[in-house]
Design a protein around this ligand. Structure first.
Ligand code: MD0
Ligand code: SF4
Length: 359
């Protein structure tokens, strides 16, 4: 075991925050040190979650966006994209396919589409969330970009369980190079507002688009101090209209090391292995690093997009039927639905102990 890993584990065993420099060293670990890091991360995961994995169905409802994030294919300045907006009926149809396939959660994601995040459009979105909840009785995550406090309260009152809103980095200077023209503090505040009205929050990091291991280590420390119920890292997938790509292998290695470090430091959080970076082929490594959720499961044939990559979109590899046998082969099982619902309820009660709605 490397000295950095020993020091980090020692700090964690005393419930003390690890040193940023030690976390940065783990984020760079290769070869035998990386194996040791992953083994420790798996042990931390297994002690809390066993080998049970949750599956999230992903529904990219609208690919229209008013923002211009430098790393994103859906940035508004990309003219070469055919965009879509799914109707409520289409959304309900895909949601019910995903639900009957056996996912544990439905994630309704959209760009900051003015037609859904402003004025009357937002009411439409809330009605869709309500309809999806009613029809499937599954937890629902909504990933709509930045919302106001009032909007978050409405979303929560409509039955949404989760608000996903990724900062990408906790280095404000890098943030302004990635999320061009957006306000760092406002985005962080939206997550606090969401939690205050009973929404579980997902935070996310982007690797390979300018974050140093020191930045990522600082993000891990930030996450340890905030009650995000789910945390993720995803490697940047370059496109011709986005930032020039760095070394792809290095940024993916950084993603996977980051999953392991997050798991080691925060054993009781949900941490996804996204199929949206390397498809199904990338799932094993991310589970080996300590992930316990598989996200970006999409039913093929509905013309839906992934957020970062189009890998495996129109094969059945990103479906529950593709993921299940791959999990079994790796020695994992699909978790029970009751276990997931109970976990969500318990976590939500911690945010809102009186169980009251906030509007
Ligand atoms: C994923 N493309 O899981 C999805 C996305 C948003 N809540 C999730 C980033 O990879
Ligand atoms: Fe829009 Fe989200 Fe892409 Fe940024 S990351 S351009 S907010 S879809």
């Amino acid at each position: 075991m490397s000295a950095a890993l020993e020091r980090v584990m020692d700090a964690l065993s005393r419930s003390a925050p690890p040193e940023e420099a030690d976390l940065a060293a783990l984020l760079e670990a290769q070869g035998a040190s990386r194996e040791a890091l992953f083994a420790a991360a798996r042990a931390a995961r297994d002690a809390v979650w066993g080998r049970s994995v949750f599956l999230y169905g992903f529904l990219y409802v609208s690919t229209h966006c008013r923002n211009d994030c430098a790393f994103c294919l859906y940035r508004r300045t990309n003219p070469s994209l055919e965009r879509y907006r799914k109707s409520r009926e289409e959304t309900l149809e895909v949601a019910s396919v995903l639900a009957s396939d056996g996912v544990h959660l439905l994630d309704l994601t959209l760009g900051e589409d003015p037609l859904f995040v402003q004025g009357k459009g937002f009411d439409e979105l809330c009605q869709t969330v309500q309809a999806v909840k009613r029809a499937n009785s599954l937890p629902v995550m909504v990933s709509p970009g930045l919302l106001s406090k009032g909007q978050l309260e409405t979303l929560s009152a409509c039955g949404a369980n989760w608000y996903a809103c990724y900062q990408e980095t906790h280095n404000p200077a890098l943030f302004s190079r990635l999320r061009l023209g957006q306000d760092y503090a406002q985005r962080l505040q939206a997550k606090a507002d969401a939690a205050a009205c009973g929404l579980l929050v997902e935070e996310g990091l982007l690797t390979g688009a300018g974050a140093t291991t020191r930045d990522l280590a600082a993000s891990v420390l930030h996450m340890m101090q905030h009650p995000y119920a789910q945390i993720r890292a995803m490697a940047y997938v370059p496109h011709s209209v986005t930032l020039p790509g760095a070394d792809e292998g290095a940024s993916r290695a950084q993603e996977v090391n980051c999953i392991a470090v997050m798991r080691l430091c925060m054993p009781d959080r949900l941490i996804p292995a996204s199929l949206d970076v390397e498809g199904l082929a990338g799932m094993a490594l991310r589970l080996e690093a300590g992930a316990n959720v598989v996200t970006s499961i999409i039913p093929s044939g509905y013309g839906l997009c992934g957020v970062a990559s189009a890998r495996d979109l129109d094969t059945n590899l990103r479906t529950v039927a593709g993921v299940r046998p791959a999990l079994a082969e790796l020695g994992y099982e699909v978790a029970g639905h009751d276990a997931f619902a109970a976990w969500i309820q318990a976590k939500t009660m911690l945010l809102r102990p009186d169980g009251a709605l906030c509007v």
